[in-house]
Design a protein around this ligand. Structure first.
Ligand SMILES: Nc1ncnc2c1ncn2[C@@H]1O[C@H](COP(=O)(O)OP(=O)(O)O)[C@@H](O)[C@H]1O
Ligand SMILES: [Mg+2]
Length: 305
């Protein structure tokens, strides 16, 4: 993949600060540092691009998402990740988020007692303050670069309307008693209000119902813009019928074994992972059936726009 700069912010041949650049990333679980799950990932995601990462169960997809956001259960054993001119691996998860990185969790946590509105407002304020927590910016003061309560409410209303969400959602407690679909909606709402520059979405390997699939597809499509890069991690080819990726990467045994355009996702749907893994010279010690790309439930999914 080329890393030539196209926006003039970096010398030709080098990635620009507006690209998420992953080089030789190796990651192991903290509990077992000798067993690397990711064994050298190279990937460049530019703002304005949608990259899909597909791979069989256990290939390291979720580990990649967690490592990029600094999950404490994982340790980076090698490689670099650059974003906005910084080596983000040296930064806390909080600082990564302040730099405009966003991770939608596969298994979001409930926070009883904290309302959706307060939660999103504090996340937005943190991002407005930026990584250096600039004292001149008071996130609560619109005269000092912050967002007023009124503007925040309007923004929430606008984004909830875009995502076809009921306004009562804002006063509920974060993920408390939420259905699977509601949890997905909350992730999309956070993303819509916070307006990250790079979103990493890890889609669940199981239990992604038709409703959740549609919510994610509609949400992401509504938010796509030239200032947003998307790394869409998914087990389901089907999702890619509704979010058209610019690039598709196949992750297997901790490495990207093949990259291509959206046709690669179609090939995976037809052939499963088996042939591509064999081409990559990987030993396959699971049944071919386990390597089939599962169809998302609800074959009658209506096209979403
Ligand atoms: N915290 C952890 N400790 C030990 N092993 C882990 C941990 N997280 C993931 N693994 C193992 O690493 C492999 C990849 O896991 P994961 O990244 O969740 O894969 P995927 O999301 O592609 O299904 C699996 O074999 C999994 O059991
Ligand atoms: Mg996973």
């Amino acid at each position: 993949m080329s890393t030539d700069s196209t926006n003039g912010t970096g010398p030709a041949g080098h990635a620009s600060d507006n690209d998420l650049v992953i080089r030789g990333l190796r990651v192991a679980p903290v509990a077992n540092r000798e067993t690397e799950i990711l064994q050298g990932i190279d990937l460049t995601v530019r703002q304005g691009e949608v990259h899909a990462i597909m791979g069989p169960n256990g290939s390291g997809k979720t580990t990649l998402a967690y490592a990029l956001l600094g999950h404490p259960a994982y340790v980076v054993t090698g490689g670099e990740v650059h974003w906005q001119g910084r080596d983000i691996l040296a930064l806390s998860p909080d600082k990564r988020a302040r730099l405009g990185l966003f991770l939608a969790f596969q298994y979001p946590t409930a926070i009883p007692g904290l309302s959706v509105a307060s939660f999103i407002r504090s996340a937005l304020n943190a991002k407005l303050q930026g990584i250096d927590k600039n004292d001149d910016v008071d996130p609560t003061d619109p005269m000092k670069g912050g967002i007023s309560m009124r503007d925040f409410r309007n923004k929430m209303r606008e984004k909830m309307a875009m995502l076809k969400m009921d306004e009562s959602f804002a006063v509920r407690y974060v993920n408390d008693g939420f259905s699977g679909g509601e949890k997905k909606r909350l992730e999309m709402l956070q993303m819509a209000v916070i307006e990250p520059q790079m979103a990493i979405l890890d889609e669940t390997d199981s239990g992604l119902d038709i409703d959740a699939l549609r919510i994610v597809a509609e949400g992401v499509n509504a938010m796509l813009n030239p200032n947003l890069g998307v790394l869409l991690i998914t087990h389901y080819q089907r999702l890619l019928n509704y979010i058209t990726p610019d690039h598709v990467h196949v992750l297997a045994q901790g490495r990207i074994v093949k990259s291509g355009g959206k046709d690669l996702a179609l090939r995976l749907e037809e052939e499963g992972y088996g042939p591509i893994l064999r081409e990559a010279g990987l030993e396959i010690n699971v049944s071919d059936e386990a390597l089939l790309v599962p169809q998302a439930p609800g074959e009658d999914l209506q096209a979403v726009h």
